[in-house]
Design a protein around this ligand. Structure first.
Ligand code: ADP
Length: 596
């Protein structure tokens, strides 16, 4: 190996001073170290932002990254930095980078890495690690842990770099793995000893790789496209479901053209809301429970038939019971050739990247495409009108204290007036109600708990959304969900980000009125301190905190937050009896199922 461990501190830039050795002038000693190679490899590949948390052994790396002109966003907990990196990846189609210390910091970041892989978000978790020789012999090093082995099952790929001359390859492989095909989370292990290693500067420069075409287009087979079109053309009650893969693909104009040229009603999954405006006349969101069981051909675009779609069977789809298929035929557009038939038969899989697949379908449709039968469109319109009117009634009520509807009616207006704002959303009821009440108007403006329904993404996503887009962020949080990442209010204030957090505060998990059935001194495990003053948390760090007890107070505070772009936390007090157990997924909660 040409790498050597530096015996003394090494300059991170090449030393170009000629030296006189034994009376002769030698060529300048030009060496480059691991720190600089990591920085150069990332920069060469267009990485300009790092999310992380400094500490041994990556403290100096964070300093040097900043000194080299990258933006380093430093968090209070690695999990939040990891969530930030993952959603930055989703928004930008560049792998989001999360940088952590070894063992515990790595483990904190791992939750976000696994979540990224599950959600198909491109992300790279880079963690420093302890000495391999000691770790492998389990001799008790500082923060000893076999991180590579632990990361592997939770990542799309995992690599360790031991030698400075391999940094270029390690970074390139991580980028390619995160972005190509189905995107996902990648782990990159940098042992502490890597950073001060030095190698010849020219050899170092040559070892770096600028990844060419990291997410190659995947063109679908023409016969697969034709098969899908034939199936759709013959449908009497066709339906399109748009998933977050469609949002990620950034093929917005073509997706909209396909929906509009076919005239087929569509349902957006939650992070696909806004791909077409939720107010679009073909949106069937307000008739969801009607269209799923009634449709005869369903085209999935970047959406999996997982639990969020009841695995494509059961009563949701008109099946006799949870195990029965509803009789629909499916077209599935997806980049993963293995996705089809995961749950039910896919009659027309179209494998390729969504941009290429949708373009191929548009090209092969011909100019005369029959509109879906009027009877189907009429039946959907009728349900929509009825349900929208029902929702209107709920939104018009103005109870004291506020409930989810009266508070979210305000958010709905604010988002309508600020369609470029990014909405981050987590909670149980806070998630479900926001998803159905607040319309989205533009693509990739709604970021939420995703495939796992994970709690804790709130502040990490908010920071990343503001950093990546520069737009106003509105985070609608359940009070329970907020607790997982609330300390990042300090991060939001430190970087002075335009984030307006609204906590729908009902004093507990799901709701705040549970009591300890024994009458003992401990509160129910599902409740929090009553009347908690969350807004003071933002005030503690120099931001704005507002207590809002009425829709008017909430509206005023949100408008001011957006006008000023100052970090703001609005504690929106709602009825502690508002909310149902597990929100809309009560069926998954065995305890709640047993309740009368
Ligand atoms: P949702 O939760 O919105 O239903 P999922 O995460 O279940 O969405 O599904 C996203 C799907 O999109 C995944 O199966 C993934 O393979 C696919 N996907 C992601 N990016 C692309 C892309 N660029 N082209 C095609 N398919 C993609």
């Amino acid at each position: 190996m040409s790498s050597v461990i530096a015996a003394k501190p090494v300059a991170t830039t090449a030393d170009e001073t000629p030296k006189i050795v034994g009376g002769e002038i030698t060529a300048p000693s030009q060496e480059i170290d691991g720190f600089q190679l990591v920085i150069d490899a990332l920069k060469l590949n267009g990485i300009d932002t790092i999310f992380g948390l400094p500490g041994i052994p990556i403290t100096d790396l964070t300093r040097k990254l900043q000194a080299a002109g990258l933006r380093v966003i430093s968090f209070r907990h690695e999990q939040n930095a990891g969530y930030a990196a993952s959603i930055a990846g989703f928004m930008s189609q560049k792998p989001g980078i999360c940088l952590t210390v070894s063992a515990p910091g790595f483990m904190n970041g791992l939750a976000a890495l696994a979540n990224a892989t599950t959600n198909c978000f491109p992300m790279i978790l880079i963690s420093g690690s302890s000495e391999r020789e000691i770790v492998d012999l389990q001799q008790g090093d500082y923060e000893e842990m076999d991180q590579l082995a632990i990361a592997r099952p939770h990542a799309k790929a995992a690599f360790r770099v031991l030698h400075a001359e391999d940094i270029g390859v390690g970074v390139a492989r991580a980028i390619r793995a995160a972005l190509s095909g189905r995107p996902g989370g990648v782990y990159l292990d940098f042992p502490a000893k890597l950073f001060p290693q030095t190698i010849d500067a020219e050899a170092g420069r040559q070892s770096l790789i600028k990844v060419v075409d990291p997410a190659p287009r995947q063109i679908p087979a023409p016969d697969a496209v034709q098969r899908a079109l034939d199936l759709l053309k013959g449908a009497k009650r066709p339906l399109i479901i748009l998933g977050k893969g469609a949002a990620y693909a950034q093929a917005d104009a073509d997706i909209r053209a396909l929906v509009e040229r076919t005239g087929i009603p569509y349902l957006p999954m939650s992070m696909a809301k806004g791909l077409l405006p939720d107010t679009h006349e073909q949106s069937a969101s307000a008739a969801r429970s009607y269209v799923l069981p009634e449709a005869d051909v369903v085209m999935l675009i970047g959406a999996r038939l997982n639990w969020l779609l009841s695995q494509g069977k059961g009563k949701t789809w008109g099946g006799k019971s949870a195990k029965h298929w509803g009789g629909q035929k499916f077209v599935q557009i997806d980049i993963s050739p293995q996705e089809a038939d995961s749950n039910v038969r896919i009659d027309a899989p179209v494998v390729g990247d969504i941009g290429s697949c949708v373009a191929a379908m548009l090209g092969a449709m011909g100019s005369k495409w029959p509109k879906p039968p009027a009877e189907w469109l009429g039946a959907i319109a009728e349900r929509k009108t009825k349900n929208v009117a029902k929702m209107g009634e709920s939104l018009a009520q103005n109870p004291t204290p506020m409930n989810f509807h009266s508070a979210l009616n305000v958010v709905r207006d604010i988002v309508k007036a600020n369609p470029d704002a990014i909405l981050v959303n987590e909670g149980a009821n806070a998630l479900d109600f926001t998803r159905s009440i607040v319309d989205m108007y533009k693509p990739r403006k709604r970021l939420d708990v995703g495939t796992w329904g994970v709690m804790g993404i709130g502040m990490g996503f908010s920071v990343a959304a503001a950093v990546v887009s520069g737009e106003q962020v509105i985070a609608i949080e359940g009070d329970s969900a907020f607790g997982f990442s609330g300390m990042e209010c300090e991060t939001i204030c430190r970087y002075n980000l335009p984030v307006c957090v609204v906590i729908l505060n009902n004093n507990g998990v799901y709701r705040g009125d549970e009591v300890n059935p024994t009458g003992g001194r401990d509160p129910s495990p599902l409740v929090f301190v009553k009347g908690a003053r969350y807004e003071m948390l933002m005030q503690a760090f120099g931001g704005v905190g507002v207590l809002a007890r009425t829709p008017d107070e909430l509206r005023k505070a949100m408008e001011e937050a957006i006008r000023s772009r100052r970090p703001t936390l609005i504690n929106a007090v709602i009825d502690e009896k508002a909310g149902t157990e597990s929100g809309r997924i009560t069926s998954l909660n065995p305890a709640a199922k047993k309740k009368p």
